[in-house]
Design a protein around this ligand. Sequence first.
Ligand SMILES: NC(=O)c1ccc[n+]([C@@H]2O[C@H](COP(=O)([O-])OP(=O)(O)OC[C@H]3O[C@@H](n4cnc5c(N)ncnc54)[C@H](O)[C@@H]3O)[C@@H](O)[C@H]2O)c1
Length: 256
Amino acid sequence: MDKLQGKVAVVTGAAMGIGRSTAVLLAKEGAKLVVADINEEQAAETVRQIQEVNGEAIFVKTDVSKSSDVQNLIETAVDRFGKIDVLHNNVGIALGANVVETTDELWTKVIEVNLAGVYRGCKYAIPHMIRNGGGNIVNTTSVQALAGFEGWAAYAASKGGIISLTKQVASEYAKHNIRVNCVAPGTIDTPMNLKVFEEAEDADALRDTWNKMHPLGRFGKPEEIAEVVLFLASDSSSFITGQCIVADGGITSKAE
Ligand SMILES: NC(=O)c1ccc[n+]([C@@H]2O[C@H](COP(=O)([O-])OP(=O)(O)OC[C@H]3O[C@@H](n4cnc5c(N)ncnc54)[C@H](O)[C@@H]3O)[C@@H](O)[C@H]2O)c1
């Protein structure tokens, strides 16, 4: 339980879902946590869960689509804890439409939050990591970056961009002892998908289809993605950088 003892970790989108599970797990492993999100109420619950496992956490209200917010997040983390060792750029929004139905507004919103949010996190955290002698960035992409799924043009493009950006930043900043990787989840049981089911005509049928899409026959749990983030954020993966670890219950290995 001490893989991140003495480390400081910033997790964006930590108010629920994968971000919350990751924040709590990193705290259990000894990291001090900076919980970033737009949702104050749910972020307070994440902070409470971290304190429950004897961790230390602060919340910084952050909209990752605003540069000034992300700059403030990083500066607040450094002011409070003196450094940033781990940045988990995890925020993502799922707005679905095929390419023909995608509006400029939807396209811009998804790219601004999902992809530019990652760019902003890297931009503001890396100078501090360099001064601190190194650091570790883990970005959340998706299987939708790796294979086509109907109706998700902007989302898929944003997630593909995250893989490219991960490789670019990893190769450029390796000389500063900064590792950068990403995790590509399959379908994970989080509030993000609850919303998709609420909007579906037949939620049970959709859930069944999605379950069957995974050779393991089920959705993943946020805790299963948090374990991958911990691996990438800790010295357990000390020779891995610029990589995308796929945690998808086998979806992208399937022939049909
Ligand atoms: N759940 C899945 O099936 C799945 C699959 C593949 C990839 N992902 C990716 O995993 C990441 C986390 O997904 P999740 O399922 O936990 O999502 P979620 O919707 O359950 O949680 C996302 C969190 O991000 C916050 N958020 C949204 N917009 C924000 C913004 N502009 N600034 C700051 N915070 C913001 C929300 O308040 C929420 O707390 C996302 O990048 C998502 O694309 C999820």
